[in-house]
Design a protein around this ligand. Structure first.
Ligand code: PHE
Length: 422
């Protein structure tokens, strides 16, 4: 639990409030938030939510809490709607909204419909904690969905646990997230498995044996997955030739990559998020390194190919689903998502959709909407048919599901393999 505490402490230090954005099911997408450091005065007073992309709401419409009516369920979502992981928040939010639209159209749960409030945490841990506090204390949400990045789920999860409100993270894979307590669950697999998946693919499918790693030491996800990969790769008979680190936001990786070039590894494992992964790929090829590049789910963004260009072609990453899987659940979801948003859904959209639908399913079974009863219903979910696979919440409140390996080809991820849970 030490790692959990360390990340939570970081999150609680920053108490200043950003202007955060409520979104609702029918409103346009929430957009740019003002960050505390960029000109707005930090405040502890009621934030000034902005509905839609440009039009601020008037002050009287400021309080989502006052709009809460007894005949609806308010669900909270905290997400990186802006910043260098902006596609994580946006895709997840779109997936959640599609699920709510369908659930509401079918009559809701026990006669009540759902309303979503989304706050932008700008990809910052302290804003994540602030957003969850606000969702719980002011907006009185029945449950919280989020975050994508594990460090931010750890920050927000501490708040949800302390307040006794259930939180489901759609996509945070670091094992410590659900160790926070019984209020916290997830609908995705965890990184000890994901590290194994990447290692096994390199050893068994690519038949390669030496690896360098380059990870983000500021993210619990990246540091954890780096360790999990190293362990699995070594156990499978591979050799780690060097391990290098960077800090999220870095743009120059030449020192680390020069060290890696000296070792001439078969593969470079880069368990970071897509912005840095794209930049790293560019610099790898500029240095003339020919190693195969491999990453984890943190690469899953349409921005990866935009940033990485030709340099990311032929690279592989593990993920929670592929839009090319022929399972009917996948093809049905892809079709509906394309109709609504005009884009192919990434893994985050699928996981957001699954998390919201699983929550609604649990609510049909829950004795009441109290945090305790609802968490109990969520935690006893069995064989829930999700887009990303069949979801059973286990005793550690994690989901055990297969992973897919995707290969970047022609500027988009193509399905390459499925790896089953151990
Ligand atoms: N698993 C990543 C984390 O825990 C988040 C992520 C999931 C990113 C899926 C992209 C796709 O930080």
């Amino acid at each position: 639990m030490n790692r959990v505490r360390a990340f939570a402490a970081c999150a609680i230090i920053g108490l200043s409030l950003a202007i955060i954005l409520p979104g609702c099911d029918n409103s346009p997408q929430a957009s740019a938030a003002t960050s505390p450091g960029s000109g707005s005065s930090p405040t502890n007073s009621v934030p000034n939510p902005t509905a839609g992309t440009t039009t601020p709401t008037d002050a009287s419409a400021n309080s989502p809490a006052t709009e809460t009516s007894a005949d609806e369920y308010v669900v909270g979502h905290y997400a990186s709607m802006t910043g260098s992981e902006a596609t994580f928040g946006k895709s997840t939010d779109d997936g959640i909204k599609l699920a709510i639209e369908e659930i509401n159209a079918a009559g809701g749960v026990k006669g009540k419909k759902f309303r979503l409030i989304t706050y932008d945490d700008q990809g910052k841990g302290q804003e994540a904690a602030t957003a969850v506090t606000r969702l719980i204390t002011r907006d009185k949400v029945v449950a919280v969905l989020g975050e994508v990045a594990s460090s931010r789920s750890i920050a927000g999860g501490q708040v949800a646990q302390q307040n006794g409100v259930p939180m489901i993270t759609p996509s945070s894979t670091n094992a410590s997230v659900t160790e926070i307590g019984d209020m916290i669950s997830r609908v995705c697999f965890i990184d000890p498995f994901q590290g194994f998946v990447c290692a096994k693919f390199v050893r068994d499918n690519l038949k390669l044996s030496t690896a360098a790693t380059l990870y983000d030491r500021t993210q619990a996800y990246s540091a954890g997955l780096n360790d999990d990969f190293k362990k699995a790769f070594t156990e499978l008979g591979g050799k780690i030739v060097t391990e290098q680190a960077y800090a999220g936001g870095d743009a120059d990786f030449s020192a680390q990559l020069t060290n890696i070039r000296d070792k001439n590894p078969d593969v470079i494992f880069i368990p970071g998020y897509y912005t840095e992964a794209g930049n790293i790929a560019m610099q790898v090829r500029k240095l003339g390194l020919k190693s195969v590049l491999i990453g984890g789910d943190g690469w899953d963004s349409a921005k990866l190919a935009e940033i990485g260009g030709q340099a990311i072609e032929g690279a592989y990453y593990s993920n929670h689903y592929s839009d090319e899987e022929q399972r009917p659940a996948v093809q049905d979801f892809v079709k509906k998502y394309k109709e609504k948003y005009g884009a192919v859904p990434d893994g985050l959209a699928a996981l957001g959709y699954d998390a919201m639908r699983l929550l609604a399913d649990a609510m049909t079974r829950a004795k009441s909407t109290s945090g305790k009863d609802l968490a109990e219903a969520i935690n006893s979910t069995k064989d829930f048919a999700g887009v990303t696979g069949v979801i059973t919440i286990d005793a550690e409140r994690n989901a055990r599901k297969p992973a897919v390996i995707l290969k970047m080809q022609g500027g988009r991820p193509r399905y390459a393999a499925t790896i089953q849970p151990k």
